[in-house]
Design a protein around this ligand. Structure first.
Ligand SMILES: Cc1cc2nc3c(=O)[nH]c(=O)nc-3n(C[C@H](O)[C@H](O)[C@H](O)COP(=O)(O)OP(=O)(O)OC[C@H]3O[C@@H](n4cnc5c(N)ncnc54)[C@H](O)[C@@H]3O)c2cc1C
Length: 479
């Protein structure tokens, strides 16, 4: 069932037991899973079925710290959420991403990769992908891995008809949760605005906040402020430990044996370090993306280099001689350590049209990341050289510690942390089942629950966790 607003929904007499706030990959997946368990749910979606400037304006905010995207550009506020413009890169967090690492403060999840494995097939089916092929070691330190470019499922488009026909899922569009009310033990109701006007309260047995990796923090921070701490009673970690995947072009490579690495149809190959190499060097997880350039471009590249760095060109000729096959750009992306000083806060001065404080995102990269970038590139260079697969040139700014360059990729649009998973409520917000610590009926879905970010895009893990949470809630509500 799809309703344009709360008036129509209320007139329908439908009685859901659980309210899911947000219709992105997390929200829609949880509602579908609950429907399988015959649990009636309502999805409250702030935006319409399609993009509107009015709805998107609610996502404006401010970034304090390093250069980052405008907050109303790096996400979408309508049916299907940011899946409407995601790039479709799929991969699940590695087993070691869930484990505590002694050299990364606050690392480690309360669950392991084995806890999400049973839900992977269903997530793959939703995302329209096949299981990942096994990694291929290229040395003891690095391995090729498969990052699948899916058909970037737009969740709103894909599941709209199914939801419309469902007798167990009600989707209410144009309906924003302004804040949740709570007494420190249970959420007592959701305060709503629908079709631009106040729409009263909705009281249900359970609530799942799935409003995205920035907005989950914002909604809960504001709800807590409105209820005197009654929604997230242990709030010291709320909004904190926010993470992205910084991403930069960090060098160039000459590949003497490009056939040793598998490139996809677009000329991309992805390499990652082994868990042992990371531990030995004390680095954050990262990946290297090698993007090939065709041989004719290579000739021009060498010709250009001959003018700028004759010694290097000579070295290329000496070292590689007639084996010269292929040049490549090298990009690197890495996880950030979960740090309390990267955080989502409520603006003290700016509010949206409904009166909710806008986001102030405090975000920086630190020296640990800088070291990971430099040492990671060195590891990659050493690996290619040792295997006689090619040579790597690090960009000057990487090698010499220059400022972060403008005009590069910056980051992945991956919004993680803010309501992180953990056992200690001082440094986490939800438990291993995604339930807010101390609250009986409040859960969180999406990458805001990530305790660490790993090196891969988040949505495959988000979808898998959502299948798992839907399964869990189905059992809780059936009991
Ligand atoms: C340009 C871009 C490229 C990306 N590429 C990739 C990629 O290749 N691979 C990958 O894994 N990930 C990628 N991502 C990230 C991916 O889009 C997100 O991980 C995913 O959409 C998160 O799903 P979600 O359901 O948690 O949140 P969202 O998709 O953000 O959905 C949240 C929903 O909540 C609604 N909402 C917000 N506030 C309220 C409220 N108060 N009341 C009611 N509803 C509300 C919103 O309208 C929205 O529909 C990309 C993101 C961007 C922006």
């Amino acid at each position: 069932m799809i309703f344009q607003g709360m008036a129509d929904f209320r007139a329908s007499g439908f009685t859901p037991r659980i309210g899911i706030i947000g219709s992105g990959p997390a929200g829609i997946t949880i509602a579908r899973k609950l429907a399988q368990a015959k649990i009636p749910s309502v999805i409250l979606e702030a935006g319409d079925a399609d993009y509107t400037d009015e709805s998107q304006d609610f996502y404006k905010g401010k970034v304090v710290g390093d250069s980052y995207f405008d907050l109303d550009v790096c996400r979408l506020r309508f049916l299907g959420g940011s899946s409407n413009h995601w790039a479709g890169w799929c991969r699940v967090l590695e087993a070691h991403d869930f484990l505590p690492k002694p050299y990364i403060p606050h690392s480690g999840w309360p669950i392991t990769r084995a806890d999400i494995e049973p839900f992977l097939p269903e997530a793959f089916d939703i995302l329209g992908i096949q299981p990942f092929r096994p990694d291929v070691p290229i040395s003891n330190d690095m391995k090729w891995y498969e990052l699948i470019k899916s058909e970037h499922v737009h969740f709103g488009e894909k599941y709209r008809d199914e939801i419309d026909k469902s007798t167990l899922i009600a989707l209410v569009l144009n309906t924003e949760v302004l804040h949740l009310g709570g007494n420190g033990q249970v959420v007592t109701g959701a305060s709503l605005m629908s079709q631009g006007a106040p729409a009263g309260e909705l009281a249900l047995d359970y609530y799942v906040v799935c409003t995205g990796g920035l907005e989950n923090s914002r909604l809960l921070l504001w709800s807590n402020e409105q209820s005197n701490g009654g929604v997230v009673p242990n709030a010291s970690a709320l909004g904190r430990y926010w993470m992205e995947h910084p991403m930069y072009t960090t060098g160039a490579a000459i590949l003497t044996n490009p056939d040793a690495i598998e490139f996809d149809a677009d000329g991309h190959a992805f390499l990652q370090p082994t868990a042992e190499a990371l531990a030995r060097r004390g680095l954050l997880n990262f990946h290297i993306q090698v993007e090939t350039a065709p041989y004719p471009g290579m000739k021009q590249y060498v010709a250009d280099l001959a003018c700028i760095t004759p010694e290097w060109t000579e070295w290329i000729s000496d070292e590689l001689g007639s084996h010269l096959h292929c040049s490549a750009q090298v990009h690197m992306s890495w996880e950030q350590a979960p740090r309390p000083d990267n955080f989502v806060a409520l603006s003290k001065t700016e509010r949206d049209a409904a009166g909710m404080p806008r986001i102030e995102l405090n975000w920086t990269k630190d020296a640990f990341e800088r070291r990971t970038m430099l040492e990671g590139m060195r590891l990659f260079g050493e690996t290619l050289a040792a295997q006689d697969m090619g040579r790597v040139k690090l960009s000057d700014w990487v090698l010499c510690g220059g400022p972060w360059p403008d005009g590069m990729e910056l980051a992945g649009n991956h919004h993680m942390g803010g309501t992180r998973m953990g056992t200690d409520s001082l440094v986490s917000v939800v438990d291993g089942n995604s339930k807010v610590h101390g609250m009986a009926n409040l859960y969180v879905g999406g990458s805001s629950v990530f305790a660490t970010g790993g090196q891969c895009p988040p949505t495959t893990t988000v979808t898998t966790l959502a299948v798992r949470l839907g399964d869990h809630l189905g059992r809780v509500l059936s009991a």
